[in-house]
Design a protein around this ligand. Sequence first.
Ligand code: A3P
Length: 320
Amino acid sequence: MFCWSKSKRNSVAEEEPAAVIMSADTKKDGLTRAVLFDFHGVPMTCNYIAKWDQVQNFQAKPDDILIATYPKAGTTWVSYMLDLLYFGQEPSDRETSVPIYDRVPFLEIAFKSMPAGVDLANNLKTTPRIIKTHLPIQLLPKSFCEQNCKIVYVGRNAKDNAVSYFHMDRMTLIQPDPGDWSSYIQRYMDGQVIYGSWYDHVNGWWKKKQAYPNIHYMFYEDLVEDTGRELDKLCSFLGLTRSAEQKKKILLGVQFDQMKKNNMVNYSKFGLMDFNVSTFMRKGKVGDWKTHFTVAQNEVFDEHYKTKMKDSTLQFRTDI
Ligand code: A3P
């Protein structure tokens, strides 16, 4: 595979694989937007598979906690909640000087300019280790289920998810260029974005939950509606007891406005993102899709959605 070679890793513009979906093109600030190509049936870029052997062979420990999401479903929000639940009781350097992506490594990420997620995960000193992934269920490293790890999955309604992903791809200068909204929404519906089809992702994990009970399947919309209730459910799934005072502190810390100004969780130190284009903590709402979808786009999307979800028992709310 072209991006597995160490010397060539991330030199994706020069060398393209056979099944290219979108070519590398735009250059800004010296960064090249990556090539999107088919990887085991899922569109990916080198930045997420360059350490694939290590990722697939990752040795989970029984007390590891995995956060799994389709990108832009509220991963950072739930990561920070879990981090505070486990490690936020005492004031520490962690809270003031360790960014969330170092506390909760992103398992498969392998950007050239920063430590690979799998290495960060292997070197985590905490117990439990909290790890995040965006992998669809069929690509999840086997050891998480073999070790019966607790997995928290977060799903978000497809429309808001698409809008959030569009802005993420605009601002993250190494993601494939999203182009304009109308072409993007079509590609999103077709699953031609990194990590592939939203439909396959949310349904794949939902099905897995039926066979593997150690998955707590959450919804972004429920979190927005009542964060305290969802925190209680998380505690019960994880077998944690926290006092009312501790929970109050966590709930304050994970409010959107608090997280937006918290440099340890708002990605302002991450690099590779142009905050003049968009912010990572962008709107944090249910229903922002209404400011993006035209009436016609919405009708097409709804029809497509019905077809794709006709066999699914999953219910998402696009309004609360
Ligand atoms: P928007 O782009 O719609 O604002 P992820 O962490 O999976 O990349 O998801 C990012 C999305 O979650 C962004 O959505 C971000 O604003 C939202 N988000 C993060 N923290 C949040 C919070 N505390 N409350 C509500 N939304 C939050």
